[in-house]
Structure formats: structure tokens, C-alpha cells
Ligand binder design. Sequence first.
Ligand code: SF4
Ligand code: SF4
Length: 344
Amino acid sequence: MSVTTCRGKLLPKQCLQELFDAVAARYRVLGPVAQNGAVAWKPVAKVEEMVLEYPDTVLPPKQWLHRPMETLFSVKKSLELQEAEVLQEPQALFALHACDLTGILRLDVVFSKHYKDPYYNQRREETLLVVMNCVRPPGPNCFCSSMEGGPFAQEGFDIVLTDIGESYLVETGSARGQEVIGPLGLEEASEEAFQVKQARYQQSVAKMPKSLNNDGLPDILNQELNHPHWGFMKEQCLGCGNCTMVCPTCYCYSVMDRLDLTLSNATRVRTWDSCQLMEFSAVHGGNFRKDRAARFKQWVYHKLDYWIDQYGTLGCVGCGRCISWCPVKIDLTEAIREVRGDGK
Ligand code: SF4
Ligand code: SF4
């Protein structure tokens, strides 16, 4: 796979704050911040508040587009409808990993293919994406190169930075990105800078700690609906839903109405939901996926099989979060290796 080769600029590393300030002049900046021994996406005012080399954030940056909980609208007793305020000001996600950018691009399809979700899309249209390419796989569970998720951004970014030594190679992928970078008057990048970028891409791919062989996987999965490993998973998996909550592409949600104690105001709220939870498949008259193995399988099959029919891509970007944050260390790459039985 070749990496983006449009013309770029050079930004000395010590000048990263200047680029940040140019972004912050137009957008509320959200970045990766160390918190309680992990890393979380938070509002930031300076580069030094961020951790630029981070394994992964617990929750993906998706949380700022598809909110974990949000009010859709409220209604007063008088039947007066009040629309929710979706976004107060434009926002920028700064130092995104390529896998999380890919996650956002895959959610763009989900939230616009059949029905254009107004809440997601309003935020998305007002969000600048600034990617920091992973010149080395940042975590022990990364396998993005197997899933066309990274480690370098290929498309869909506004600005992408690549560490090439003393400087960042800065490339833009949109007019909005160009508006931010243009006034900085950065030096034009040489051909050598692009060669360094290409070499760093290959080094990063070579060091990827995990892999998932998705060659012909949908057919294999469809033949292995009753593979004994799914039964083994029933004993292992706790059905806690962590894997779906941290996933950059999971999008399922639940909607509920809340009434205040005076009975004069109702709000319609949506919250993230998970196919791994028993209640998710409870419908009138029963539950169609009571079995934990069936729920685990649904999650795997949706990511690696059904998603292709639905949206034309894989539903996994190889970020490794589901492995990192599974309390019993279930590893999607190992599960697929078991089911394929090919040792790859
Ligand atoms: S399934 Fe796991 S590795 Fe794949 S995108 Fe979701 S959290 Fe990341
Ligand atoms: S995080 Fe692990 S234990 Fe929890 S539902 Fe997912 S696979 Fe099962």
C-alpha cells in the first residue's frame, strides 16, 4: 500500500504550538490527555497538555461525534418542542491515530447511507480532523495494517502530520486544512521528506504487534457458525460490553424518554448500547440472543462479515481497544485464528 504523496510542508517540531494555535483560533481543540493512568480525549489549550505518543485512548474520539449520552429534544407539557443544541462551536480532534480516523470514516457511512443522522452529521461537518501518523505501533494490541485502518492516514483527514525526525511533514487533505496551514508560511517539503515518510510507514507496518488474516473471512465465518471456539467463548466472555463501548466503529444506541418529577417536561435521550448485553436483544415476548456465545458471535460476525454487505468495508479498524479493555483478555485476532484453523 502506498502512502499519501501530495505535496507537503515542513514544521519544525518545536513549532508545533504554532500549528496548534492556528487550529485553536478557529476550533475548540480536543486532544489525548493523560488521566488516571490512561489517556482520554479532553478539551486542551496547549500542546504540552497532550500526550502525543499514546497507546490508545480508552474511549475513541467517536465520543465527540456520536455522544455516549445526548438529549435529542425535549417537550413541555404545553407540547412546545425544544430542539437540542448539538454543538456550540466547531471542534478539532488533534493528534488522532489513523485507525481512529478510519473509524470516523466508517461511521460517516453508517450515519448517512440509509438515514442521515442529524446529530452525528452536524457535529461531523463542524469537526476538523488532525491526524498524527503512527511511526511506530503505539500499543501492544494494534493490528490496523491488517484492517486497512492505519498506521498512516490515507484519506479523509484535514491535516496529517508525520514525524520525520527534526520536523513534522505536514500534508493537508481539505480546503479547511489548507486554510489553517496556509498562513503559517511553512517551508516546502523536499522529495527526501516523502521518502523518509515512506520508510517510516514500512517500519511501522513491520513492527505491528498483531495481525488478523481477513482473506476470504466472510465465507469462512459463514461455514463456521458452529465452530467449537464459539462454545469456548461462552465460558470465557463475561458479556460486560466493554469491547463495544471502547470500539471506534460500534454505533448501536438505545433511545428512552425521561419525565421530570413535576410531569411538566419530557426529554428524549439516546445512549450507547451494546449487542454484548443481554437486554439488547430483549423484545416483546422474549430474548432472541440469550446465549453469551451467540452475542459474542454477533459482535464478531457484524464486524468482519455483515458490515461488508451493509457498508462495503470491514467494521473493524484494528485499533486493539477491545483486547486492551476486555477484563478477561479475549483477543479478537486469536479468536479468528482459532476459527480459521490456519495458524495465521
Ligand atoms: S473490533 Fe476491536 S480492534 Fe476492531 S475496531 Fe473495534 S475495538 Fe478496535
Ligand atoms: S469485553 Fe471481553 S468479556 Fe466483555 S463482552 Fe467483550 S469480549 Fe466479553
